[in-house]
Design a binder for this molecule. Structure first.
Ligand SMILES: Cc1ncc(COP(=O)(O)O)c(C=O)c1O
Length: 399
């Protein structure tokens, strides 16, 4: 295998700290590498493979679509785009949708909506409130909204017009309300890359009320925490609120690249022909993937599964790590869980892989578990059985 990896590497830019693993195929929540080694997939391509791998209904549907049309372009209607948009409107309680291909693109569209919303109100230099530890993507605008100076470094000048506040602190947000140029508030319901940091449900309701009072757009990045991962279609629904703008991507196409921005009445008519666009957005393959993903999720009760199996996994992890020195917290909702340790633990990704388990470590010291939504209780127990001994062993080593 090492020969394969060396041969595969010199011509691709050195942008990722990759593990020395090349995956070959998968089935359900399991994947195999090119040497035939099996892994339990608790990462799902970073919260992307909603339906796991080689799903018996998704694969034939995509094969059928590929044999008909992969891509047309936005000069023509795509019937499944209307179908998927209608479904997202129904599930979100919002009004319409713009399709693109990635999370950062969805967030770029959200940022443009907020700026145009401001300009339409006569605000020349509109500002968007963003959060500490946020992650919204790697384009210049989304990087500017991201709250991680390490990944911003070397790419300045960043775009102006963002104001940063701490999480779950309504007074900090109210202080920002003094600035007449603020037009929107933008956050992840549960920060993913920032370390699985949930917003409190009561805080979300306070933010919704403040946005209404100030006539700001409430923009919720559900790229990672949305699409059923927490046991609701969108994580903010636990707080009983509806945003004005909601970027989606990752799990929406179960692995086929797709992004979407869902807009409520306040944002639904901001873009007009010529305001925004993208070549691949809304193409027949991606739209079929989105339609089929949601259909299968509904038929198979995957929201309930994510809530039930996620609660079980969290409880088992809490139990197994209770009182363990070096463990700060097990947190998250549904199948979006993080275990924060007191020190950086990036080495655990390789050690877990060696033990047949795919995970990631984010924000240096948070073990992230975002498996496919069809994870079973037995597979959740298997994650615990493989992961917990490695955490204990890691914590007994000197720092
Ligand atoms: C919350 C959130 N927003 C945006 C993005 C960027 O998505 P993409 O990598 O598809 O551009 C990510 C990716 O991890 C994310 O977690």
């Amino acid at each position: 295998m090492s020969a394969f990896i060396e041969a595969a590497s010199p011509h691709t830019m050195n942008t990722y700290g990759r593990l020395p693993i090349a995956l070959s195929h998968g089935q359900g929540c399991r994947v195999w590498d090119v040497n035939g080694r099996e892994y339990l997939d608790a990462l799902a391509g970073i919260a992307v493979n909603t339906l796991g791998h080689n799903h018996p209904q998704l694969v034939p549907a995509l094969q059928d679509q590929i044999s008909k049309l992969i891509h047309t372009c936005n000069y023509y209607h795509v019937p499944n785009a209307e179908r998927l948009a209608a479904k997202l409107v129904e599930l979100s309680g919002m009004q319409n949708v713009f399709f693109c291909s990635t999370g950062l693109e969805a967030n770029e569209a959200a940022i443009k909506l907020a700026r145009k919303f401001g300009h339409d109100r006569g605000i020349e230099r509109p500002k968007i409130v963003v959060y500490e530890k946020a992650f919204h993507g790697r384009s210049i605008a989304t990087l500017s909204a991201t709250g991680n100076t390490r990944i911003q470094q070397g790419f300045g000048p960043l775009v102006e017009g963002v104001v940063r506040v701490p999480l779950n602190d309504i007074e900090a947000l109210k202080a920002v309300a003094q600035d007449p140029d603020v037009v929107a508030v933008f956050f992840e319901t549960i920060q993913g890359e920032g370390g699985i940091n949930p917003m409190r449900w009561d805080y979300l309701r306070q933010v919704r009320a403040l946005c209404d009072e100030q006539n700001w757009l409430l923009m919720i990045d559900e790229v990672q925490c949305g699409m059923g991962r927490t046991g609701k279609w969108f994580a903010h629904q636990w707080a009983g609120i509806v945003p004005d703008v909601m970027p989606l991507a990752k799990g929406l196409g179960s692995g086929v690249p797709i992004g979407a921005v869902v807009a409520g009445p306040k944002a639904a008519n901001i873009f007009q022909p010529g305001s925004h666009g993208t070549t691949f957005g809304g193409n027949p393959l991606a739209m079929r993937a989105g339609v089929e993903t949601i259909r299968i999720m509904e038929e198979d009760g995957l929201l309930e599964n994510a809530a039930r199996v996620g609660a079980h996994l969290k409880a088992r992890l809490e139990e197994a790590l209770a009182g363990r020195a070096g463990v700060r917290e097990v947190r998250g909702h549904g199948l979006m869980l993080g275990i924060e340790l007191e020190r950086p633990c990036g080495v655990l990704t390789q050690r877990c892989a060696d033990a047949g388990l795919l995970i990631s470590v984010t924000a240096d010291s948070v073990i992230r578990l975002v498996p496919p939504l069809l994870l079973t209780l037995a597979e959740a127990d298997e994650i615990v059985a493989r992961l917990v001994p490695l955490v204990h062993a890691f914590l007994t080593e000197s720092a």
